[in-house]
Ligand binder design. Structure first.
Ligand SMILES: NCc1[nH]cc(CCC(=O)O)c1CC(=O)O
Length: 306
């Protein structure tokens, strides 16, 4: 194959990530012609309702997958945290790139961190996971929905709509807004979304040529960690409807996983920590999911489906 066409969403972050993948592919395969196919998705167009309400994270993938099926693109680039736990049948993830900063960012023009916020401060975040962890730390905060791309969210903060916002460090760093981060909210105290900070390439399962080209960008350590995180999330029926957070780290052969499930109703959260081997990340994910269930996470999950 001489050309590779990569489908991408059109947000500045999606385009940055796809350009990054294109550069890495060109470096790995000198002479390969790589081009971008920018597309808009329903997840980008519907901004007035929560993602959960309009059908979940798969909305960001659907149009890109259809383009691959129609033969208009060979592969697509995604933030892995936006990829559903069960891939559409017929698709594969031939590469998961080395993870950037996994952490969430506390961004504010006036305050240094969550603890420094005044009583009743307004904090913007769209994710149930961030809301649940904020509520557990500070039940007094006023949590306000905040959707839209990274640039839009910063604009709303600067317009004075919020005292602070919480979003992913990876997105801010990639777009050159790293200096706006007041606190990088690190594990184990504050946990990210499963696979946050990792970029994945998706292609058709049966497209061996594309799979082989993309495989050059795969980072085994990142894949191991995100498999544990995603297996945990899958076992908890993770979706946009349940606040689930997970973070795994690999040291040599030793894999550790921190997991959290929050109530979407009040400030309760349950946490679990497990350790296992790097060659069995899914086992560890299932083990930590079971520990969370044993501590009562099932009640939160049932409540969020009711
Ligand atoms: N939910 C949207 C989304 N998907 C991926 C990222 C950031 C980049 C990443 O996690 O790889 C973001 C923005 C955010 O949560 O602030």
């Amino acid at each position: 194959m001489k050309t590779l066409r990569i489908a991408t969403r059109k947000s500045p972050l999606a385009l940055w990530q796809t350009e990054h993948v294109a550069d890495e592919l060109r470096a790995a395969h000198p002479g390969l012609d790589v081009s971008l196919v920018p597309m808009s998705t329903r997840g980008d167009e519907v901004l007035d309702r929560s993602l959960a309400a309009i059908g979940g994270k798969g909305l960001f993938l659907k149009e890109l997958e259809l383009a691959m099926l129609r033969g208009e693109a060979d592969c697509a680039v995604h933030s892995l945290k936006d990829v559903p736990m069960e891939l559409e049948p017929g698709f594969a993830l031939p590469a998961i790139l080395a993870r950037a900063d996994y952490a969430d960012a506390f961004v504010s023009n006036r305050f240094e961190n969550v603890a420094a916020l005044p009583q009743g401060a307004r904090v913007g975040t769209s994710s149930l996971r961030r809301q649940a962890q904020l509520r557990a730390l500070r039940p007094d905060l006023e949590l306000v929905d905040l959707r839209g791309n990274v640039n839009t969210r910063l604009g709303k903060l600067d317009a004075g709509e919020y005292d602070a916002i919480v979003l992913a460090c990876a997105g801010l760093d990639r777009l050159g807004f790293g200096a706006r981060i007041r606190t990088r909210m690190a594990a184990p105290h504050w946990l990210p979304a499963p696979a946050q900070g990792a970029i994945a390439i998706e292609c058709r399962d049966d497209d061996i040529a594309t799979r082989e080209l993309c495989a050059a960008l795969d980072d085994v350590a990142t894949r191991t960690c995100v498999e544990a995180e995603r297996a945990m999330n899958r076992a908890l029926h993770g979706s946009c409807h349940v606040p689930v957070a997970a973070f795994a780290q690999l040291q040599g052969e030793h894999l550790q996983l921190e997991g959290l499930v929050g109530s979407s109703q009040d400030g309760r959260v349950v946490r679990a920590h497990g350790e296992g081997r790097g060659d069995a990340p899914e086992c560890l994910g299932l083990q930590v999911a079971q520990m969370l269930i044993d501590q009562g996470a099932g009640e939160f999950i049932a409540a969020s489906h009711g």
